[in-house]
Ligand binder design. Structure first.
Ligand SMILES: [Zn+2]
Length: 113
């Protein structure tokens, strides 16, 4: 027996499966397991300044001078950043930049190479 999820509407435990549909006999709600997975947020898409989708391991360049927090250094426009890693948060790119070390960047200030 498959362990079917409870009805998302009325939380009935009497849900049953009909082909790819899940059906609740109590409130007649119908839904699919696939649509439940799509709703999850763990596949967030991160895009660069041009709207290209970024992936872990991509190389990007910085499109404007970026001040480094807590120092007087500036990451110059055109700086190449190799092997980025996408993370959650306001700064959604984790990376290492030559001469600067570990950095966090905003995807809106880079473009894919
Ligand atoms: Zn129901």
């Amino acid at each position: 027996m498959l362990d079917l999820p409870n009805c998302p509407k009325c939380h009935s435990t009497y849900t049953y499966e009909d082909a790819s549909l899940l059906i609740c006999p109590e409130c007649a709600h119908e839904w699919t397991l696939e649509s439940e997975t799509e709703d999850r947020d763990d596949n967030k898409v991160v895009k660069d300044a041009n709207g290209n989708v970024l992936n872990d391991g991509d190389m990007v360049t910085v499109i404007k001078d970026l001040k480094v927090k807590g120092s007087s250094s500036v990451i110059k426009i055109g700086t190449k950043v190799k092997n980025i890693r996408l993370v959650d948060g306001d700064h959604d790119i984790d990376c290492k930049i030559d001469d600067f070390g570990a950095m966090k960047l905003k995807s809106e200030f880079v473009k894919k190479v």
